[in-house]
Ligand binder design. Sequence first.
Ligand code: EPZ
Length: 418
Amino acid sequence: MDQLRITGGNRLDGAVPIAGAKNAALPQIAASLLSPEPLELTNLPKVSDVENMLNIIGLYGAEVSRDMRGTRIDAADIVARTVDYDTVRKMRASILVLAPLLARFGAARVSLPGGCAIGARPVDMHLKVLAALGAEVAIEGGYIVADAKAGLSGARIVLSGPSVGATETALMAATAARGETEILNAAREPEVVDLVACLTAMGAQIEGAGTHRLLVQGATTWRAASHHGIPDRVEAGTYAVAAAITGGRIELVNARMEHLASVFQALEAMGVTVWPGDRGVVVNGTERLRPVDITTEPYPGFPTDLQAQFMAMASRAEGASLFRETIFENRFMHVPELIRLGADIALNGPVAVVRGGKPLKGAPVMATDLRASVSLVLAALVAEGETVINRVYHLDRGYEQLDRKLAQCGAQIERISQ
Ligand code: EPZ
């Protein structure tokens, strides 16, 4: 298993190209199964979760080809199959193939994803959505068995919470249902808006993207399409923290200001300056970071996917910062590892108090989940001495060439293949 060796102390200065959004790419790859016409996706990030999802649709017989422009998916001749537990266990987002398969074949069998490091992450809302559209859904031996031989019928769906995945499942199923579907309490994340843009390019008729109310006309006539996905706001936010925590300056090339309003607001509260550059967004760190209070919320609130990164930065601020995690029940896996680096963090249920100001010291640490891992990298950039991070494969799930991009900004970082 690869390791990262980082020696802290360098102020970062440079430009980082922000890749396509992983969490936009995954539902769009799944959505390609809805249509017998080819879908070209440009701007897919080169990360293992995207490779994994492309492999999954390949299991169904979708043809995937790549060239300089992007990735072309042809799902004209797919066959119904079962996605087994081992495949789904590795990546929860595999659940997103359930709705397209059900829409296409009138039946689908997909393993339950099981939990993951950040929480139980049930899929009950996805199943309720499919049942509301007329499917028979059962759990048999750890598998979701969905049946809609008579096809799906449009309905009024009220989600119990603005779940990103459940909204995406509802959107994909509704495009193939008879009649109109209304989705209330829909998620407003940019990745959901981007899925609507992709489905629309493919021929779907959807109103209300970016609001809590989506209106989908069913029985779509699919057409060949090409879609350029949005840049990854979580990758951009991560490099913004890299600039802030080292007192450096990084231009986030292609980043979209409007996708990161709550994040930049938190950065400015900490004394970091952010402004639109000619190629994206420029983030200027400061030697003296102020503490911050952060509560994670659904978009446009502060994103849970940047909570761990900001906690690493708060360990450098002068004073006590407070973090309240409201989206996942166990998203503090980075805390024990940050404490190993010398951070002063106290946990009380969904709340963490970070007392900053003491220098961090390098040590061997363990990556646990994607965003927790990158918070350790950020802390290592300012820790005295060397930090060795194990199980780096977690990072490769969502960050394209992280070590190279940081090294190009002056970080002392080396990837050791073992
Ligand atoms: C998406 O996960 C993202 N993943 C996550 O990013 C992100 O943290 C999350 O949205 C919140 O923004 C992808 O898009 C592939 P949810 P998702 O459904 O769709 C509960 C990363 O690091 N819930 O909005 O799974 C759930 O347990 C990943 O890139 C149910 O209870 O998130 C959670 O507590 C991590 N039942 C809350 O809702 C359900 O059926 C929000 O989950 C579905 C969700």
